[in-house]
Design a protein around this ligand. Structure first.
Ligand code: NAI
Ligand code: ISE
Length: 336
């Protein structure tokens, strides 16, 4: 029987996940949705010609007997409340990033899951499911470039709205690198510094853009990540690993190479939905398969906490300009 899903939040990524659960993935169906704007939820169902119950709020949906597992795709500040309620109800929950907006919130989720005694939470960090990052990790792990010494990374968006503030470059954007680079290197961060280059004239008054985040890991690998969310030209994710005996780069998404009018070119994607479309499919299929097999895997609440601890330090570093230490508590046995 198909896994019956309830979805909280039917905005940009909520509707994309409802579409993929209804049209692309195997073994699941969306039976319930909710949004603080119920008309928005109803519009999404109508647009997908999908029949599902619209619940008045997330808590009613979590308690609904037909809902066997949850997707939390509402605004970040609401995630903690819904994930804790799902754990209390003993229902598996896929939560979009960030798991919670502070490390303290993630810690409460980790504690609730440990008290429950087994994993129920998968965090929506999709990059470890991306074929390009997996190929890059296979090269790093093979030892072909020796020990990784430095990483040069970039996370560029064409533009962002007026409500995107300087700290969101960390909590909304860099958070993906904070997760995936830890996974790529199998290492934890020990310090961070944030530098602000000359500001682009394309950013609104309250936003400092671009930013450079300098991380150091426990093994001494140095990482620089450029966050530039008004780069104009495209959605561009770069990662280069410099090792002792070679360099490995994240592959570009495949695009036709065009020779035309005396130039050689290939298109650059404009948004995250397209760039990581396959990774989102694979991560959610893994959640569905895991729940049906009685074993939730993938990025854990601990990974959500590790990213949030680093993010809190990055924000402190944005404000102080200093090198800020990052220290994770001891990893609990549940996440070994
Ligand atoms: P959005 O603003 O388009 O949609 C959020 C929806 O949640 C809205 O429809 C809003 O009305 C609803 N909502 C807010 N609070 C709610 C509550 N208490 N109960 C029910 N519904 C509520 O935002 P978007 O872009 O869809 O982002 C949602 C989450 O997904 C964010 O945490 C964001 O960081 C994450 N995200 C993850 C991405 C990824 O690459 N993994 C990409 C984009 C977003
Ligand atoms: C967005 O919320 C995402 O999660 C995207 O993956 C990221 O690239 C973008 O910068 C965020 O705003």
């Amino acid at each position: 029987m198909s896994l019956q899903l309830g979805v909280i939040g039917t905005g940009a990524i909520g509707q994309d996940h409802i579409r993929r659960c209804s049209q692309t993935l195997q073994g699941c169906r969306v039976v319930a949705v909710t949004d603080i704007d119920p008309q928005q939820a109803a519009r999404v169902l109508a647009g997908l010609t999908l029949e599902a119950e619209v619940y008045p709020d997330g808590h009613a949906l979590i308690q609904a007997p037909e809902v066997q597992a949850l997707l939390v795709t509402s605004w970040g500040p609401s995630h903690e409340e819904f994930v804790l309620a799902a754990i209390a109800a003993g229902k598996p929950v896929f939560c979009e990033k960030p798991l919670a907006v502070t490390a303290a919130g993630c810690r409460r989720i980790v504690e609730a899951e440990i008290a429950h005694g087994r994993r129920l939470v998968q965090v929506g960090f999709m990059r470890p499911y991306d074929a390009g990052y997996q190929a890059l990790k296979a090269v790093v792990d093979s030892g072909r470039i020796g020990e990784p010494l430095m990483l040069h990374c970039a996370h560029r968006n064409p533009r962002v709205g007026e409500n995107y503030k300087t700290d969101m470059a960390i909590t909304d954007t860099l958070i993906h690198e904070l997760d995936v680079l830890r996974w790529l290197l199998a290492d934890d961060y020990v310090s961070v510094q944030v530098l602000f280059p000359r500001k682009t004239g394309k950013a609104h008054a309250q936003l400092r853009d671009p930013q450079i985040v300098l991380l150091e890991t426990a093994r001494g690998t140095r990482i620089d990540v450029e966050i530039f969310v008004n780069c104009q030209y495209g959605y561009d994710i770069q990662c280069e690993v410099v090792g002792e005996s070679g360099i490995a780069r994240l592959p570009e998404p495949p695009q036709v190479q065009l020779r035309n009018a005396a130039s050689l070119s290939s298109a650059i994607l404009m948004d995250w939905k397209e760039r990581f479309i396959a990774a989102y499919d694979v991560e959610l299929q893994a959640f569905v398969d895991g729940v049906r097999a009685g074993r939730v895997g993938g990025p854990s609440a601990w990974d959500g906490l590790a990213a949030a601890v680093a993010a809190d330090a990055c924000i402190e570093a944005q404000q102080s300009g200093a090198i800020v230490p990052i220290s994770l508590p001891q990893r609990p046995a549940l996440y070994a």
